[in-house]
Design a binder for this molecule. Structure first.
Ligand code: GCO
Ligand code: MN
Ligand code: MN
Length: 388
């Protein structure tokens, strides 16, 4: 049995805003001391993470002078060098400042839209300077409380225009950067545009540079909408668009709970890890979550270690599933193919269509087949519960 120790090859990352979360919520003030970015890098090294991600203002305060910026960035780089922690992903905070209260790229105010573009260009420069290869766009305020206020059609066009502008900007600078769009159905707005990973995938196809834009699906966001996260990830993977992933957990239909990975929906987490490992996803595994508000500094470390450990335990469970003789025999039976219809493979032809129309099917026999999924699922549960 493995010791579940995180290693660089697992590519486990955390955001400055995740282990740095101070526990503020709509009903309560902070319960933990704010750690500096340098302290967070050392904390991540201590728990065994591979990388750190950041919003521009997690690192450099929005009102910093350029001298302050340079000093902060130099200190951060030194901490990265000292610890070996990498910074593979960066993003822009387009939601905290009151200027963005009605959105950034989709705001009705052209000045806000221009400012959002400028802020993002600067944040992209910062990300590229620190070695980020993926740039995330989470449009937290790109939505509405009342649809009387904004045209959904115009909002989509504005969002497209902004992304086209920024793709060209990154290309113009010669940055080796891909963009990853992160969907969320609501919170902090009543409704956020492009609410699911599937919606993002459809939108990407309408961009000027679809090849450099993919998705950053998040477990919690798909679960808020009651959707199957792994299915969304599979669709993104199939489209060649799984550029990044935000791992965390939460109950269906709640606010964005951002719990430790695997804290709530073990079965869903298992199928997700199994999918990522089976297909050979080799991007970062980013934990976009934070410790319970009950926790102090040691609880934050326990939270971070727990995310990685649960991932590795589930990875081992996935290997066992793939090696379990009884499970594999059931799968072989379920997927049995005696080749009768192999002539249908390879697409349409008039001949195949005519031949298929002439076939007769024993519908009753098809309906009577016992698929044994109950048994398969019970074996999976027993494997997960550790008795198999
Ligand atoms: C959220 C989002 C954010 C984004 C982050 C990076 O619900 O708050 O998940 O944590 O992932 O802003 O884009
Ligand atoms: Mn989230
Ligand atoms: Mn996220």
């Amino acid at each position: 049995m493995s010791n579940y120790e995180p290693k660089p090859e697992h590519k486990f990352t955390f955001g400055l805003w995740t282990v740095g979360n101070v526990g503020r919520d709509p009903f309560g003030v902070e319960v933990r001391r704010a750690l500096s970015p340098v302290e967070i890098v050392h904390l991540l090294a201590e728990v065994g993470a591979w990388g750190v991600n950041f919003h521009d203002n997690d690192l450099v305060p929005i009102d910093a002078t350029s001298a302050e910026r340079d000093r902060i960035v130099a200190d951060f780089k030194r901490a990265l060098d000292d610890t070996g922690i990498v910074a593979p992903m960066a993003t822009t905070n387009l939601f905290t400042d009151p200027a963005f209260k009605d959105g950034a790229f989709t705001s009705n105010d052209p000045t806000v839209r221009a400012y959002a573009l400028q802020k993002t260009m600067r944040a992209i420069d910062l990300g590229a300077e620190l070695g980020a290869k993926v740039y995330v766009f989470w449009g937290g305020r790109e939505g509405t409380e009342t649809d009387s206020s904004k045209s959904a059609l115009d909002a989509g066009k504005r969002f497209r225009e902004a992304l086209n502008f920024l793709c060209d900007y990154a290309l113009d600078q010669g940055y080796d950067l891909k963009f990853a769009l992160e969907a969320k159905p609501n919170e902090p707005r009543s409704d956020i545009y492009l609410p699911t990973t599937g919606a993002m995938l459809g939108f990407i196809a309408t961009l000027d540079h679809p090849e450099m834009v993919g998705v950053n699906p998040e477990v919690a966001h798909e679960h808020m909408a009651g959707l199957n996260f792994m299915h969304a990830v599979a669709q993104a993977w199939d489209a060649g668009k799984l550029f990044h992933i935000d791992l965390n957990d939460q109950k269906f239909g709640r606010y964005d709970q951002d719990f430790r990975f695997g804290a709530e929906m073990i079965k869903q987490a298992f199928y997700l890890v199994k999918f990522l490992e089976d297909v050979g996803y080799d991007g970062a595994r980013h934990f976009d979550a934070h410790a319970y508000r009950t926790e102090g500094p040691e609880g934050v470390k326990a939270f971070a270690r727990g995310c990685m450990r649960t991932y590795l335990i589930l990875k081992e469970k996935a290997q066992r599933f793939n090696q379990d003789a009884e499970i594999q025999a059931l799968l072989a039976e379920i997927n049995a193919d005696d080749g009768t219809y192999s002539w249908l493979a390879g697409g349409y032809s008039a001949g195949k269509a005519a031949r298929l129309k002439g076939e007769t099917f024993d519908r009753a026999a098809l309906g009577e087949r016992d698929l044994r999924y109950e048994h398969l699922d019970q074996l999976t549960i027993e494997l997960l519960l550790g008795v198999r």
